[in-house]
Design a protein around this ligand. Structure first.
Ligand SMILES: N[C@@H](CCC(=O)N[C@@H](CS)C(=O)NCC(=O)O)C(=O)O
Length: 202
């Protein structure tokens, strides 16, 4: 039994999209919950078992899995048929794990500091900044159409979700813009937007 705790238009949206890409939406119960939003609206939902009141949270047979990259790894391994993860032994396994971790350890902090207008020597020393993050992405995407190589993976879905969330922050770099266009042309992007719109209104 799989349950995803989800708040429309939030970081859990990318997990709904992943479930769609994996073709398993019918195997997961999606429970919509409220969360505290940046603008002060909303609030933690007593129906959400996440210890910090956050989403996404996946519960599998009573066991909680939290943090987007962990949930993505878990689901791509549970449902390998769609080929969105990279199994042990695959030559893209290492880069797959690395990009998932890089998202949470570098990309997201850098973006949050940027939109918060924060800058400090120790932040720069630890995470670098938007220029370095952009160069890292562009370096890969100027060599391959997707982050791991020739085919779309859950790493593209996770990294790209940053610029779905913050379209104006999409770097003006052709390799990155073309990659986002390729990722967002996938039917799952429009289906997620429709899903979240329908459930936001509810
Ligand atoms: N690093 C976590 C971040 C989760 C997170 O902060 N989610 C936001 C939604 S966009 C949330 O639940 N915020 C409510 C809160 O912080 O109370 C992940 O990617 O899963």
């Amino acid at each position: 039994m799989l349950t995803l705790y989800h708040a429309p238009q939030s970081r859990s949206s990318r997990i709904v999209r992943l479930l769609d890409e994996l073709g398993v939406l019918d195997q997961v119960e999606i429970r919509n919950v409220t969360i505290s939003r940046f603008d002060g609206s909303g609030g933690a939902d007593p129906a959400n078992p996440h210890p910090e009141g956050k989403v996404p949270l996946l519960v599998h047979d009573g066991v909680e899995i939290w943090e987007s990259s962990a949930i993505i790894l878990y689901l791509t391994e549970l449902f390998p048929e769609a080929g969105l993860g990279r199994p042990i032994g695959h030559r893209e396994r290492g880069p797959f794990l690395s990009w998932l971790a890089w998202y949470g350890d570098v990309m997201e902090p850098v973006m949050v500091f940027k939109i918060s207008g924060l800058s400090h020597r120790s932040l720069d020393a630890t995470f670098r900044g938007v220029a370095e993050m952009t160069a890292r992405l562009a370096g890969q995407l100027s060599r391959t159409p997707y982050i791991l190589g020739d085919s779309f993976s859950a790493a593209d879905l996770l990294l790209g979700s940053t610029f779905v969330w913050l379209p104006d922050a999409t770097p003006d770099v052709p390799a990155i813009r073309d990659w986002m266009e390729r990722c967002e042309a996938r039917p799952s992007a429009a289906r997620l937007a429709a899903y979240d719109t329908a459930h936001s209104a509810a």
